[in-house]
Write a protein that binds this ligand. Structure first.
Ligand code: SF4
Ligand code: SF4
Length: 450
């Protein structure tokens, strides 16, 4: 897809321009995947406290029934995504690479739904009740971070928020599910955005969309006018990571989120397209979050497409629905190739935040062998967070975790831009992640000793 030359676009400083490969699927309407025969639903699919199971082996469950929850505020309940019988509550392979606790449900009988009770009209409902409903529906940020949405929608009183930004950037190469949703579910997404803004009692809303999605920009603008909404569509330059919250806020409003800060520190809350749709389905239709659209794509998949699938469906079922993998498949990612996670087992389930399954042949992959740093400074030039990736990586590699903190390791958003441009193929992000984990452990140890 090429950038439309007629649009006045905004952007942030630095960043990279990876090849997009979105034309594999951006023109393909979404398709409902037939109901899976079994699902594996992890007890933790969000930032915050994990859930405890509310069901046990042998229980019959309906679609939409709450099957796990936590009393913690920063947490989000889990719901059955198919009707059937609980086959096990134990650990299974997870996309993060280890075995983690999940509820395994085998389909049985006709599909039966358990819906949420919803207000007659969301317009007259109290914001607090809408927040409770969004929590009950198990909605988390579906752009990848999986932060519980009800928490984001309840900023503390000392952080006044005046703008809501709906994130329609979808800047990761290959992924097109948000693009398709904007074309296919425009009114429901706009209403979901209005509901979220009512929850926060704010009336200034911006929809940020990269200018390579000219059709989405046009339909959003047309429907905003037809529905008499006050939202503004902000076309953005096609650049990675334009969809990262801090970059999006900078591009759309010119506000800089301070290092270590949150969007609400500059009066903004950002949420993703799929999250707005999930909020609409919960508040208007009474449907908890049990399914989502995701893109199954890459040059190693036979028939790339955008599919709507139940949470917990094994990757294998999604891949099979798209014609299966080609013989020379080298890597499968959950998410896009810039921030996604490489998968080793296609029995792992889709999560609430799974926006794509990208399957690659070796021609797309970076050289697995890496070479010494040649001090070219390219990684520094592209880092959108003004960090020095080469230094951070070296400090982590040599175990200097205190220095990692001093050099701002916790400000890294793990966008992968530095590794993308490195001519020596140094796994910069992997080392930076190690630096974060180890610096954090060191901090906890010091706190415990104090
Ligand atoms: S250091 Fe972090 S924020 Fe900077 S480019 Fe690398 S991954 Fe992105
Ligand atoms: S881009 Fe790679 S080779 Fe160049 S300075 Fe950064 S780490 Fe070193």
């Amino acid at each position: 897809m090429s950038e439309s030359p007629s649009l006045k676009v905004s952007t942030f400083r630095r960043g990279v321009h990876p090849d997009e490969y979105k034309n594999l699927t951006c023109h393909l309407p979404s398709q409902d995947l037939s109901l899976p025969g079994e699902v594996y639903i992890p007890l933790q699919q969000h930032i915050g406290a994990p859930c405890e199971p509310l069901v046990q082996k042998g229980d019959l469950v309906k679609t939409g029934q709450k099957i796990a929850d936590s009393p913690a505020f920063v947490s989000s309940p889990i719901h059955a995504s198919i009707t059937g019988v609980v086959a096990a509550v134990t650990s299974f392979p997870h996309p993060l690479g280890s075995k983690l606790p999940m509820i395994h449900i085998k389909a049985e009988g006709e599909e039966q739904w358990e819906l949420l009770s919803v207000p007659e009209s969301w317009e007259s409902a109290a914001p607090e009740n809408l927040q409770k409903l969004v929590r009950e529906a198990g909605i988390v940020g579906l752009g990848g971070a999986a932060f519980p949405t009800h928490v984001k929608m309840s900023p503390p009183s000392d952080k006044p928020v005046d703008h809501f930004i709906l994130n329609g950037c979808e800047c990761e190469p290959f992924l097109t599910c948000d693009h398709r949703s904007m074309l296919e579910d425009t009114d429901r997404i706009l209403t979901g955005m209005a509901i979220m803004m009512k929850m926060m009692r704010i009336d200034q809303g911006i929809i940020g969309i990269e200018s390579n999605k000219a059709d989405a920009i046009a339909i959003m603008e047309a429907r905003i006018e037809a529905l008499n909404l006050k939202f503004k569509v902000q076309p953005l330059k096609v650049k990675y990571p334009q969809g990262a919250e801090k970059m999006l806020i900078d591009a759309a409003l010119g506000r800089k989120v301070p290092a270590g800060g949150l969007p609400m520190d500059v009066g903004v809350v950002v949420n993703n397209i799929a999250t707005a749709l999930a909020v609409y389905e919960a508040v208007v239709d009474g449907k908890p979050l049990i399914q989502r659209m995701l893109t199954v794509t890459g040059d190693a998949i036979e028939n790339p497409g955008n599919i709507i699938t139940r949470i917990g469906t094994p990757f294998q079922a999604c891949v099979d629905a798209c014609g299966g993998l080609k013989d020379d498949t080298s890597q499968v990612f959950m998410g896009g190739p810039m921030m996604g996670l490489v998968q080793y087992d296609l029995q792992v389930p889709t999560l609430k935040a799974t926006s794509g399954i990208v399957c690659m042949q070796s021609t797309h992959l970076k050289n697995a062998r890496h070479y010494p740093c040649i001090q070219c400074g390219t990684c520094v030039d592209v880092c959108p967070m003004n960090l020095v990736p080469t230094r951070l990586s070296r400090l982590a590699e040599t175990g200097k975790y205190e220095d990692c903190k001093e050099w701002g390791v916790f400000n890294c958003i793990e966008c992968g831009s530095c590794a993308f441009v490195c001519p020596s193929s140094i796994p910069l992000v992997q080392w930076i992640r190690v630096g974060k984990v180890k610096s954090n452990e060191q901090q906890q140890k010091l706190k415990a000793q104090a």
